[in-house]
Design a protein around this ligand. Structure first.
Ligand SMILES: [Zn+2]
Length: 338
């Protein structure tokens, strides 16, 4: 039983709403080659941004998705989360409350249509933390297994104390929070060429989110909180020694009373998407087999879309360890009885 907790979807009902112009020029769809583009216009830290993100048909065509899962990936169950630009943190909070509820209801409808194949995580309007906590509460009661959030909230880091309402709600339900890069820094600046916005911007933003959660004291205020982070935690496994060294030397990382960073890496869960056998082996050995969960980033080209058992580096681990990473850990984190 292979379960993928990093699989994105744009529910067809949402795509239809966008095509009908329901969200004005804030969210539209443009033609593109080879894929259409989901275009979001918003403002991040006072800077107007137009995001054009590929919208492969697989993001909303459920039959293609089911076929890929069965024939190309050997994935039995996807834990669906929305396509990351659909987090919409830079849009009007009221509009995002409406969007989030509509997306979450579409996701639960899909899990009811295909109970053997799909589970889901909620989208929450994080720019309004109280509303986000309320939507998380409603979503979990309707069957969502947790939520996906961005690595920042329209340019604000995740150590913002206002987000405590969301962390508290996740702890109350004991559900995981999946952190995914969105609105990453540098996209209009030095990362604008060569797709560096993704190659570097995505793992960089995830790394910043982890550092802010640690040094911002979130793990101390919420010792039972469960975060799953994308792309093996970005750069975190490779630079953790730098944080540890700096913690001993500097006062800045202690302003919120955080303990030394090595105390926290073992509290976080990480997916497997790194595309290199040596890097994968290093990450698993340093973070711990019990912290690593298979994930694909379906259906995007930067994801790992080949067969689950062929992950580069996976064969370097024992059968028991592979089993843990491929399904034992995800079953435990999401409390799945499958
Ligand atoms: Zn992803």
């Amino acid at each position: 039983m292979i379960i993928d907790p990093h699989a994105h979807i744009a529910p067809e009902s949402f795509i239809e709403d966008v095509r009908q112009g329901r969200f004005g020029d804030a969210v539209t769809i443009e033609s593109g080659d080879p894929w259409e583009l989901l275009v979001t216009k918003n403002t991040v830290l006072g800077e107007e941004r137009i995001h054009k993100n590929p919208l492969p048909k697989e993001t909303y065509d459920v039959e293609m998705r089911l076929s890929d899962m069965a024939n190309n990936q050997n994935v039995d169950i996807q834990i669906l989360s929305v396509v990351p630009p659909m987090t919409h943190y830079a849009l009007d909070a009221g509009l995002n409350r409406e969007l989030s509820a509509s997306l979450n209801d579409a996701l639960t409808a899909l899990t009811k249509e295909h109970p053997e194949r799909f589970l889901c995580m909620a989208q929450i309007p994080l720019q309004d933390p109280e509303a986000a906590a309320a939507e998380l509460d409603r979503a979990v009661k309707n069957g969502h297994l947790g939520c996906q959030i961005g690595s920042n909230v329209a340019g604000k880091n995740l150590d913002d104390p206002a987000l405590d309402a969301v962390w508290a709600k996740a702890c109350e339900h004991d559900v995981p929070i999946f952190i995914h890069p969105v609105d990453v820094m540098g996209v209009n600046d030095r990362l604008k060429d060569y797709y560096l916005r993704n190659f570097i911007g995505n793992p960089l933003d995830t790394t910043i989110s982890i550092a802010c959660l640690i040094f911002g004291g979130v793990f101390d205020r919420f010792p039972n909180i469960k975060f799953l982070v994308s792309h093996v935690g970005g750069f975190t496994p490779w630079i953790r020694g730098r944080w540890q060294h700096g913690y001993g030397e500097r006062k800045e990382p202690k302003v919120h009373g955080a303990k030394d960073p090595e105390q926290y890496f073992g509290k976080i869960y990480y997916d497997t998407i790194i595309h290199n056998a040596d890097s994968f082996e290093f990450a698993v050995k340093t973070l711990g087999v019990d912290r690593i969960l298979y994930g694909t980033d379906y259906p995007f080209d930067m994801g790992y879309l080949a067969g689950a058992k062929d992950i580069p580096g996976l064969s370097r681990f024992s059968a028991e360890e592979q089993e843990q990473m491929l399904y034992g850990n995800v079953k435990k984190l999401y409390k799945l009885d499958v």
